[in-house]
Design a protein. Structure first.
Length: 249
């Protein structure tokens, strides 16, 4: 399983993804699910994927090849984010078909993948999209400034409570990290390391690219502080009518 989250705020975009692709007790594998396509001064794109790993790897390789060989179309040719999302969606559909042919004869193999794709092209506002296996896409909006793929239910409540377009970029990044931390705590199929990218509006290049492991001091500090503050918050809530006055916080 997978959990990836993308957040769009006024200051830019945040992308965060786990790296676990197999959660069997004796077969835990790690693969990168967050991929950056950076053309400084022109455009920067970030792609995260949930689903068939072979499809995702083929898709990423084809995106890289198309740009490197100046094929038509390619990411560097795009002038609008919605066009870039449509191009990636079409390539996703074709990659799924190619992987299906490769897996011919293997009953039950699902080659589908779902993507979060975002970035900014010079002269455009940043954009964030969810691309479905059929190639169609929906965009984040002020009413829904975040998108999730994979095991999303455990990390959704904190996003609903905190994230809005006015949220600071770094606060959005911390919220994304906590959303992943909550999911990791509740679901064995999502696990460390966590990859994160911050893309600040109009910089047209990745500002910060981070990987958090169990040994990362910042991740441990955020994890421990969040748990402690939640306990303190519950202890400070108003008392029930039957509780003794001396138990008031």
């Amino acid at each position: 399983m997978t959990y990836c989250v993308g957040i769009e705020v006024d200051e830019g975009l945040v992308f965060a993804a786990d790296t676990r692709t197999n959660a069997a007790l004796d077969d835990v594998r790690v693969h990168r699910k967050l991929h950056v396509f950076e053309y400084p001064g022109e455009a920067t794109f970030v792609l995260m994927a949930a689903g068939n790993l072979a499809t995702t790897q083929l898709l990423v390789s084809r995106l890289q090849r198309d740009a490197a060989e100046a094929r038509t179309p390619n990411l560097r040719q795009m002038r609008h984010m919605f066009e870039a999302a449509a191009y990636v969606g079409a390539l996703l559909v074709d990659s799924q078909v190619k992987c299906q042919h490769t897996e011919h004869g293997h009953d039950g193999v699902n080659t589908q993948a779902t993507l979060i794709f975002g970035g900014q092209i010079a002269g455009e506002h940043p954009g964030l999209y969810m691309i479905y296996p059929l190639g169609n896409a929906i965009a984040a909006s002020p009413e829904t400034p975040y998108l999730q793929i994979g095991e999303s239910k455990y990390g959704k409540p904190i996003l609903d409570r905190i994230v809005s377009p006015a949220t600071r970029l770094e606060d959005a990044a911390r919220t994304a990290l906590l959303s992943l931390d909550s999911t990791i705590r509740s679901n064995l199929s999502v696990g460390l390391p966590i990859d994160m990218v911050l893309l600040r509006k109009d910089e047209l290049q990745v500002g910060q690219q981070l990987r958090f492991t169990a040994d990362s001091p910042l991740y441990a500090d955020i994890h421990n502080n969040w748990s402690r503050r939640l306990e303190q918050a519950v202890a400070s809530l108003p008392r029930f009518p039957w509780e003794a006055p001396g138990t008031d916080p």
